[in-house]
Design a protein around this ligand. Structure first.
Ligand code: ISL
Length: 548
């Protein structure tokens, strides 16, 4: 069975601070806004929060470009605000993890400034440099945010690597001084009482070599060079060392964001006896095979079932995966499956049941609990994300502005970054000012926290009920998973068994009615997404049954 640990019972909730709640009216969410909403999160039944970066940053990538790891960006508030928030989170019995972005720093970080100023500086070797003239970069690697992965710095006559934007410079983890520096930063925050970190693209930190990337892999993935760093030769060593030197003494949790690692690597990275990460985010569930994020297509729910069946069968009890499909880097899953309004609420509830009853650690993303979805942005002028803007610019050259915008609109990360819809009021209760990013009028149609709190059938109240059920029954955290009625391709049925309890979950994956499979005598309905069970399963109906 699964070994018990407090963090394994948690349901995490990701806050994207810019878009959560703006307390001071400047249009940008802030720490005071999060503090204000803690009662809401506690009532919802969340037990742990993950904050996307709030550190000092020029905000080229909304804070994933850090210029001071020990400072709070004034846009978000002060260090006192953060300490108050942490104390209040703990007082309410919740945990707080922060975002550790240490594959790269901002080019405005003093380390990088020093590195550029003087080749002899000890900080020079904190980054990844190659000699060469200004005409051609040292290899064919591409950045995830369009264009080559290298900048030329005439001051030192060298190229420096950046896998992300031009202002996000990759750190050289092969340098022990840099690794010691990162451990110090982690300990500094853990000393403040933070409960752990979500570690940004942490599987990219060990670069095997700087040889050219395969053109074939580049074509397939859309990025060239990735095979040289997505699971580098010293990755395990670096993570284990950081665990020993920083996390382990505090019992703090290490959650790896690990794009591109498959099942076998996820096992290697999370196996408890290997003492590396506590769990990973994998991303292969986010697009149905044959598609990439910027394709305009309807996601097939049957694939989500197939994916989790494979992973739950493949992950032994000593390994751990997170369960999620929404975050700040992707359009919302709800809208990828169904674009219309007809099934919006019931599909949101099905996804809630699924996420809170599969075996693993759920990470909810802000707004999921409201049934927030992807609303088409009106024009390219409304886009804010560096990835989207760079891609738009690159595509415009080939295809013109209209086609470029359509392509970007299908996959833009900005879909998930629109403001939280708190109230039926101007600014949606997010801000009294002008929101930093486009806000649709979706909040006027009942899709906001205040209206939903008052509606017993709302998505919000479904989440509350499901989170309460999960908290009351540790079988959902620890119990064994077994698929049932495997021949029913229109349904996803499974049991969770353990801790002296047994539950069955029935999900109708189709937007039409379906015959109901037989349940054992004595089964009692613990949750039904239509308010109570009927003879047939209705479109996207989701149920949980308590078995004797
Ligand atoms: O959006 C992507 C690129 O196409 C994703 O692959 C994403 O960049 C990747 O999952 C890494 O994401 C993390 O690191 C990035 C940052 O922009 C993302 O917001 C963050 O979640 C660089 O720090």
């Amino acid at each position: 069975g699964v070994r018990r640990a407090p963090f394994k019972e948690d349901v995490f909730y990701q806050i994207y601070p810019r878009s959560f709640r703006d307390a001071d009216g400047d249009g940008v969410g802030d720490l005071a806004g999060i503090l204000e909403k803690l009662p809401y999160l506690q009532e919802l039944g969340i037990t742990a929060l993950w904050l996307s970066p709030i550190y000092a940053s020029p905000m080229d990538d909304n804070g994933y470009d850090i210029s001071d790891y020990r400072a709070v960006n004034p846009e978000f508030g002060t260090m006192e605000d953060l300490e108050r928030l942490l104390a209040e989170v703990h007082r309410r019995g919740m945990k707080l993890i922060m975002d550790l972005v240490v594959n790269h720093t901002s080019d405005e970080h003093p380390w990088f400034r020093e590195a550029c100023r003087d080749r002899q500086s000890p900080y020079h070797d904190y980054y990844i440099w190659r000699d060469g003239g200004p005409d051609a970069p040292p290899n064919n690697w591409t950045s995830f945010f369009s264009g080559p992965a290298w900048n030329y710095y005439p001051e030192v006559g060298q190229w420096a690597l950046h896998l992300f934007s031009k202002k996000q410079m990759d750190l050289n983890w092969d340098n022990p001084a840099l690794r010691a520096e990162v451990a110090q930063i982690v300990r500094w925050w853990l000393d403040k009482g933070v409960d752990g970190f979500r570690m940004d693209v942490i599987n990219y930190i060990s670069k095997a070599s700087l040889a050219d990337g395969s053109e074939a892999v580049g074509k397939l993935m859309g990025f060239t060079g990735i095979e040289h760093y997505f699971y580098g030769p010293r990755l395990h060593e670096y993570l284990h060392e950081l665990r020993e030197n920083a996390f382990a003494p505090y019992g703090a949790v290490m959650v790896g964001e690990t794009p591109g690692v498959g099942l076998e690597m996820a096992k290697q990275l999370t196996a408890e006896e290997r003492e590396t990460l506590d769990m990973v985010f994998n991303f292969d569930q986010l697009e149905t095979p044959g598609h990439v994020r910027f394709d305009d297509y309807d996601y097939d729910l049957a694939y989500l079932k197939k994916y989790y069946l494979k992973w739950m069968a493949g992950m032994p009890d000593n390994c751990r995966m997170s369960i999620f499909w929404d975050n700040h880097d992707n359009p919302r899953m709800l809208g990828k499956i169904e674009r219309g309004q007809e099934y919006r609420a019931v599909l949101a509830k099905l996804l809630a049941v699924l996420q809170l009853t599969l075996k693993g650690t759920p990470f909810l993303y802000q707004g999921q609990e409201l049934g927030m979805t992807n609303i088409p942005f009106p024009s390219a002028a409304e886009l804010r994300d560096v990835e989207s803007l760079n891609l738009c610019r690159a595509l415009e050259k080939e295809a013109g502005p209209k086609a470029a915008f359509e392509k970007v609109l299908a996959g833009t990360r900005d879909h998930a970054r629109t403001p939280m819809q708190w109230e039926n009021a101007p600014g949606a209760g997010f801000t009294s000012g002008t929101p930093w990013i486009w806000l649709s009028d979706d909040w006027q149609a009942g899709w906001n926290a205040a209206d939903e709190a008052a509606d017993p059938d709302s998505v919000l109240n479904a989440y509350k009920a499901l989170l309460a059920l999960r908290r009351a029954h540790p079988v959902f955290a620890y119990g064994a998973f077994a698929q049932q009625y495997a021949s029913r391709r229109d349904l996803f049925c499974y049991t969770r068994t353990g801790e002296g309890e047994r539950y069955a979950v029935l999900l109708n994956l189709m937007p039409g009615a379906a015959p109901r499979p037989r349940l054992p005598a004595g089964a009692a309905c613990a949750y039904n997404s239509y308010g109570g069970p009927a003879k047939e399963l209705r479109p996207y109906e989701a149920e949980i049954w308590r078995l004797e």
